[in-house]
Ligand binder design. Sequence first.
Ligand code: SF4
Length: 361
Amino acid sequence: MWSNGEILHYITTRDRGEEEALFAAARKVREEQYGLDVYFRGLIEFTNHCKNDCFYCGIRRSGPGVERYRLSPARILDCCRVGAGLGFKTFVLQGGEDPWFTDERLLGLVRAIRAEFPDHAITLSLGERSRESYRALFQAGANRYLLRHETANEAHYAALHPPETRLSERKRCLYTLREIGYQVGAGFMVGTPFQTPQCLLEDLRFLQELEPHMVGIGPFIPAAGTPFADQPPGDIHLTLRMVALTRLLLPRVLLPATTALGTLSGDGRERALMAGANVVMPNLSPREVRELYSLYDNKICTGDEAAECVRCMSLRVRASGFVPNLGARGDSLVPGAEGPGKAAAPGEGERAPARIAIPVP
Ligand code: SF4
């Protein structure tokens, strides 16, 4: 069990040798748990309408000049077909909190995807909804749900969101999703305005308490037209150290090498893989809408066709010394990953917790 002091030491260290040792330890743990495989998720960003107004977000409700789009359920299903044709076993449906997507419409969509792709994993990322809605979507065939907590510190959360958006509600949703039986993905941004090392420590402690199946960690990147447009982006080294610390503290989680890391630094995703990440999410959204899903400025991978994204990511994964595994669902090793359409994933099963050997700070 790491003490708060030890964790804070690695959050704040500027010693590159120590940082490399941290990354090596995280890589070792990831290899002991998941081997060298990197799992692929097909990302479909299906709406940039959102009723919320998070201060950091480029598609927030009051964002000026945002050209809005919404894919029809039929179009989303087409994207899944393209993804399945390329070999994907997981679809991630991500969007803003768009009231047009009522439970009725979403249930019809999830049922249609489940009927056509009985063995695929269906991941939803639709924000905060009621327990009844989460349950109905799960029963309709969804397996996973991504909902980043963004920051586990109450005061920090209030500095990043308007008053109608509350950390307590975000946490309620995450625990509800876990209880219903979803594979749950939480996560946070590194380098948001007002963030302190203590906030990041609280993020890690919250994750240990929640025990999510996935953790998405990306650097803060400012978005034009938001209150934080002039703020500096998050630091790549600190973001990577948070990826590594998450791998060490929660050995069995799935950890994406996020697009935001690749946006901040050309080799950011490769460096995340070297720091313990084991998932990538190529984009399956139609090319003409990709640029419109701009949560932050200068987002990469908006121009290529889905097949090109897959080829590019496979090359990057191989070049980093890992094995692209497009054909597996890549379910989490964290207990409680059962659900609709569950299929055995390569390397799945109980393994002994990894021993961590890094220099004591
Ligand atoms: S971060 Fe999510 S919930 Fe907040 S404004 Fe952006 S899309 Fe909406």
